[in-house]
Design a protein around this ligand. Structure first.
Ligand SMILES: Nc1ncnc2c1ncn2[C@@H]1O[C@H](COP(=O)(O)OP(=O)(O)OP(=O)(O)O)[C@@H](O)[C@H]1O
Length: 647
């Protein structure tokens, strides 16, 4: 692998000292194990190729020392044929070698990716809340490819360079030991040049990646709709031209520096090799003149020298290349080793037909603070996320956990849910109300086991949630959150996500019940209209009704709903209310209520404050108590009939 082109896509940070331990090495080799036969075949071919390359100079030697001197024409033709046949055989073997190598490398990438993806999918929600998606993408893309590089290029490269070096030295020593000794005298020079210039090249390559990231950050911010709008409104096009020119110029200059340093590197290696060749010709020539050495031997030795120096050059880079590739493996293993916090007990019960009794028994909860289930943010050179100040051009790692505090100080606390108990009978509607940050959303998250309680238990039909299988639990619960997520795909595919076997008639019936069928039919391609990020843009109300239709199709026993806080126009509001009534009918429903109509319809209202249920009852009872509920009602939606929000 050449030093100039051999850098992995993401260079590791300078403070990251790759340590290759025996355990790590064993684990890495474990990934190579399924390919053992292919790898052995690869080494066998490498040995044959190395052997063939040794023959070439010997043929030249024979030609010069004997065939030409003896004027042996038949032998000349044989040797010429061999000069053609050898490269043909070597090329064919090299193609085969590349084929096997690529098969092994891509195989390792496949194995690692599938293992990573499957592991990540089963991580608890907490992990996704705390992990940047860019970091995960990097692990799945760059690090997996870096790990492949470790096996298919670095390890194979080191072994084949080693085989080549040993074979060359054996042949050279047996041919002429004095010249061989002389040719390895310059080895220290090699090491010095490779180390120093190699390091400088690596530093420039890193700088180049960072400069590119800064330039890209400007393009990214200014060429999107919001940035472009701002530039226009402030008339800053010329200033931005200037800024971009500076960034682009820095990228240009670094490119030039890298090219020159790269050339210097090759020139010095070439120069050192030339010194070696000159020494060999000097001493060899002297021995020829003295009559103790043949001309053919000098020519052969010079040819071997070229191969020896290139193999040695590969070996001098090998430790760095190897350690760098191992870092990729470490990063991949870090993900695979993360524990699955929300797991399934062995022999967990499969929940079949449930009645829908939901009980919280003395449930307390705290968001996990342990770092052990989180990934370390890895500093990667040249990544956009490292550019923290796009216009002024700062580049440093963004502080972890830099989110702004969104909870009023009065609600801030360690214990997010504090000894919560309640029981919802089948078909009942339970409304949760309370100030922002009281813990309503958190409570609903515990029902589908997005988190487990810190103490206490949650039961469905008398079964602790931790005793049932995750899939069967998911089947019993339908959740509609405020932010509806739709895949970038057709409405039909999005709805079928709830039940892949649903018939078109069932899909339509669900959409009708959610009051969205007529709207869908009015779209250019009906149910086959693509929605989501780059597709048809749906309004918040339309999205929520599609989400409701999706839940209807799923037909869960228990419905968990976070009502939209944003006020909709009265028509879509009425459509949603009507749809909700149909969805809730016959199911146990836990609703974070923001609408008066929902609260009035509730069988029980749970009033939450600072993680506790401080009042419970129906609307009339709670009003009569004159407590927090009465205050919330008074201040926030008294006099407003349907579309007010409570929190
Ligand atoms: N992932 C999290 N990690 C740590 N703390 C969290 C997390 N999510 C929420 N919290 C904290 O838990 C508390 C309860 O939040 P929750 O979202 O349950 O309140 P809420 O009653 O639903 O509020 P709102 O009505 O504003 O949505 C808050 O103090 C919040 O900051």
């Amino acid at each position: 692998m050449s030093m100039v082109h051999g850098f992995p896509y993401s260079l590791s940070a300078p403070d990251e000292k790759p340590r290759v331990t025996l355990g790590l090495l064993k684990r890495v080799l474990g990934y190579a194990r399924p390919y053992t036969r292919l790898i052995v075949l690869m080494f066998a071919i490498t040995v044959v190729v190395a052997g063939l390359s040794l023959l070439m100079p010997l043929i030249l030697r024979q030609l010069i020392d004997h065939t030409l001197v003896d004027r042996n024409l038949p032998q000349l033709w044989w040797l010429v044929a061999a000069l053609v046949a050898l490269p043909i055989a070597t090329s064919a073997l090299n193609v085969l070698l590349r084929r096997i190598n690529a098969g092994v490398g891509e195989g390792v990438v496949y194995d690692l990716r599938v293992a990573l993806f499957s592991h990540l999918q089963r991580m608890a929600l907490n992990f996704f809340t705390n992990t940047k998606v860019g970091e995960l993408m990097s692990r799945l893309n760059n690090d997996v490819v870096g790990a492949q590089n470790a096996i298919s290029n670095t390890m194979v490269g080191i072994v084949s360079s080693f085989i080549q070096t040993v074979a060359l030295l054996v042949v050279m020593f047996s041919l002429e030991w004095r010249l061989t000794l002389l040719s390895i005298v310059i080895l220290p020079l090699f090491l010095v040049a490779a180390r120093n210039l190699g390091r400088r090249l690596q530093a420039i390559a890193r700088e180049q990646l960072d400069l590119n990231a800064k330039m890209n950050a400007v393009m990214h911010e200014l060429l999107n709709i919001s940035g472009a709008l701002l530039v226009k409104l402030f008339g800053r096009a010329s200033t931005e031209d200037e800024r971009f020119k500076q960034r682009a110029a820095a990228v240009r200059d670094a490119g030039v520096r890298r090219a020159v340093t790269g050339m210097l590197f090759f020139a010095s290696i070439g120069l050192i090799s030339a010194i070696g060749v000159a020494l060999v010709y000097g001493l060899g020539g002297y021995l020829v003149i003295m009559g103790t050495l043949s001309i053919g031997t000098i020519v052969a030795m010079a040819a071997y020298l070229g191969s020896l120096y290139s193999a040695l050059q590969n070996l001098t880079n090998a430790p760095v290349d190897f350690a760098t590739s191992m870092v990729s493996f470490e990063r991949v293993f870090e993900v695979i080793d993360l524990p699955h916090e929300i797991g399934e007990k062995p022999g967990a019960l499969k929940l079949e037909e449930t009645k829908g009794v939901l009980e919280f028994e003395d449930v307390s909860f705290q968001y996990p603070k342990t770092e052990k289930s989180l990934l370390k943010d890895v500093k990667r050179f040249g990544q956009m996320q490292d550019v923290v100040a796009v216009l002024s051009g700062g580049a440093q790692t963004a502080p972890a956990n830099g989110e702004t505090e969104k909870v009023p100080v009065s609600q801030a606390r360690e214990q997010v849910l504090d000894h919560v108990s309640f029981r919802a009978e089948p078909g009942q509607l339970v409304a949760l109300v309370g100030p922002s940050g009281a813990g309503k959303t958190t409570l609903t998250y515990l029902i589908p086991r997005l988190y487990d309680p810190t103490s206490g238990q949650i039961l469905i039909d008398g079964h602790d949630l931790r005793d049932v299988t995750l899939d069967s639990l998911a089947n019993q619960i339908g959740m509609v959150t405020q932010e509806t997520f739709l895949f970038h795909d057709t409405i039909r595919v999005n709805m079928l996500y709830a039940d892949p076997d649903a018939t078109p008639a069932q899909v339509q019936a669900a959409a009708r019940a959610a009051n969205i069928h007529d709207f869908i039919m009015g779209l250019p391609k009906g149910y086959d209209t693509v929605v989501g990020e780059r597709g048809y843009r749906l309004s918040g109300g339309e999205k929520q009704r599609i989400a409701l239709a999706r839940v209807i199709l799923k037909n869960p026993r228990i419905l968990v709903l976070d009502e939209a806080t944003s006020s909709l126009d009265s028509e879509s509001e009425a459509l949603i209310q009507e749809a909700l009534k149909r969805v809730m009918a016959g199911r146990t429903s836990i609703v974070i209520a923001h609408r008066l109509s929902t609260i009035l319809a509730a069988d029980i209202i749970l009033v939450m404050d600072r993680g506790q249920i401080i009042e419970r009852g129906n609307h009339q009872q709670l009003l009569a108590r004159g407590g927090l509920y009465a205050r919330l009602y008074e201040t926030q939606f008294h006099g407003d009939k349907v579309s007010s929000t409570l929190t």
